[in-house]
Design a protein around this ligand. Sequence first.
Ligand SMILES: Cc1cc2nc3c(=O)[nH]c(=O)nc-3n(C[C@H](O)[C@H](O)[C@H](O)COP(=O)(O)O)c2cc1C
Length: 165
Amino acid sequence: MDLLELIKNRYSCRSYQPTSVEQDKLDYIMECVRLAPSAVNKQPWKFRFVSSEEDRKIICQCYNREWFATAPIVVIASILHDEEWVRSDGKHHGDIDIAIAVEHFCLAATELGLGTCWVCNFDAELCKKSFGLGENEEAAVLIPIGYPADDSKEKKRKAIEEICK
Ligand SMILES: Cc1cc2nc3c(=O)[nH]c(=O)nc-3n(C[C@H](O)[C@H](O)[C@H](O)COP(=O)(O)O)c2cc1C
């Protein structure tokens, strides 16, 4: 798949088959994450894999949607605030860094025929408490991953003329 094809193929998957994901595929995805760029190369991130029945129940309390519960694995992508780069004017860069790493994750998964979805509308405090995140660690994105049980939808995006100046 060329890059444009890969980008077109990625979509927010909101229904998963119960089949788990092979470890070698997860390893490949995490290698793509590991190589993501970050401000001053700080790599201020952690990726926790949630797959046991018990932990999946807990993560579903953090984001309570029927479709979310179908994912065999949910990854908690967190920012390590004590490691992120902070510019001289005080701007923190962990949000930018985690976004790049998460999209590497989603594109790599797409390449392997797996579905993912960015989820940010969850209870981050409950997640932090339930999964024992560090004091300076923020759960930023939940990424359900698995084999899709739905189909991609048409991409509704602004036209090039609207976004280029
Ligand atoms: C930062 C971010 C946060 C998002 N949070 C959620 C979310 O909490 N729940 C959800 O169902 N989708 C969420 N999405 C998915 C978007 O709704 C989706 O990417 C957008 O509608 C475009 O659709 P597509 O991903 O299928 O191309 C999020 C996406 C991004 C980039």
